[in-house]
Design a protein around this ligand. Structure first.
Ligand SMILES: Cc1cc2nc3c(=O)[nH]c(=O)nc-3n(C[C@H](O)[C@H](O)[C@H](O)COP(=O)(O)OP(=O)(O)OC[C@H]3O[C@@H](n4cnc5c(N)ncnc54)[C@H](O)[C@@H]3O)c2cc1C
Length: 295
């Protein structure tokens, strides 16, 4: 039996592993994709120590630091047993005294025509922190939540014009942010619209909406959130908040011995640096828990 099984090999799981190793914990990391969603990031410009690095390169740096083999398997079920937990994968069964859940989330795509074709060529699922890159550009942001509004307002400081495209006739985000966006001269809100097609030669040049509008833009940001990989949590009766795993400041869930870190948790800031920080806290809390049950 392992002392700890970390499920997920993205920045949260990889960092939890780095710390578990430092604490001398007997642990296993199980993850389908090493580096997780980081691999989808074209250019990461907000991880300390790297001014600009591709997501896959950063994931590799994490892996070099971890220096532990990841069990590349799919976890199918986690169940509580008398002492600890049983983790069933498509490649066998493992047992542990504690678990860290770090399965991340799937980005939500819009599935319009040519969405994939223009990915990183004018279509992106995250905004860059380097807003100077968008000076005097025409942009569009899809999404009506706090994240989309905050990003639009941030970008409006440099952009010539920004369309914010909403499927519904109202925003989900905070009214204060909505008021700010409404007042900003270079922001145009397009209500009740969906993108049906992206067009361009080598990169994105135009989006076609189902309202027959055609918008000529330099960059499109899709900011409609993601779906956390939480289906394994039901069996353990993990408490959720808005479909994300609810944790306390020690990354502990409502189930003793089960910790969670990264995009899967109810922390609204979905970043590599926060995933890594939560992985650190989860491993530290798991270490204390292991010591307490074995003393
Ligand atoms: C296009 C894009 C660009 C981004 N750019 C940036 C950026 O520039 N800067 C930034 O800070 N953040 C960026 N992000 C966000 C960042 O990638 C995530 O916040 C971060 O990867 C979350 O880490 P995580 O470890 O919680 O989850 P993930 O990275 O999603 O990792 C989840 C892990 O769990 C595994 N897993 C899931 N289910 C199972 C299962 N059943 N069995 C086994 N393994 C499983 C996966 O294979 C993976 O290894 C970007 C995201 C996207 C989509």
């Amino acid at each position: 039996m392992y002392q700890l099984i970390i499920i997920g090999a993205g920045p949260a799981g990889q960092t939890a592993g780095i710390f578990a190793q430092r604490y001398g914990i007997n642990f296993l990391i199980i993850g389908q994709i090493t580096g997780g969603t980081t691999n989808e990031a074209h250019s990461v410009e907000n991880y300390p120590g790297f001014k600009s690095i591709t997501g896959p390169d950063l994931a590799q740096e994490f892996q070099k630091h971890l220096d532990t083999e990841i069990k590349q398997a799919q976890v199918e079920k986690i169940s509580k047993q008398e002492k600890g937990f049983k983790v069933l994968t498509n490649q066998g069964e493992y047992q542990a005294q504690t678990i860290i859940l770090s399965m991340g989330m799937k980005i939500r795509k819009l599935n319009f025509k040519n969405e994939e074709m223009f990915l990183n060529k004018g279509v992106s699922y995250s905004t860059s922190n380097n807003i100077n890159r968008f000076k005097d550009k025409t942009l569009a942001v899809v999404g009506g939540g706090d994240s989309a509004l905050t990003n639009t307002l941030k970008l409006s400081a440099q952009a010539k014009k920004i369309y914010i495209i909403l499927r519904r006739d109202e925003f989900r985000g905070a009214p204060a942010l909505v008021r700010k966006a409404e007042k900003q001269a270079n922001i145009e809100i397009v209500y009740k619209a969906q993108i049906i097609e992206a067009q361009g030669k080598d990169k994105l040049e135009k989006i076609i909406l189902n309202t027959d509008q055609q918008l000529e833009i330099d960059q499109l940001f899709i900011d409609v959130g993601g779906v956390p990989n939480v289906h394994l949590c039901a069996e353990l009766n993990i408490e959720m908040e808005n479909n994300f795993v609810k944790t306390d400041k020690h990354q502990l869930t409502n189930v003793p011995g089960v910790f969670a870190a990264g995009d899967i948790t109810n922390n609204p800031l979905k970043l590599i640096v926060t995933a890594a920080a939560e992985g650190t806290i989860a491993a530290t809390s798991a270490f204390k828990y292991i010591k307490s049950i074995n003393s």
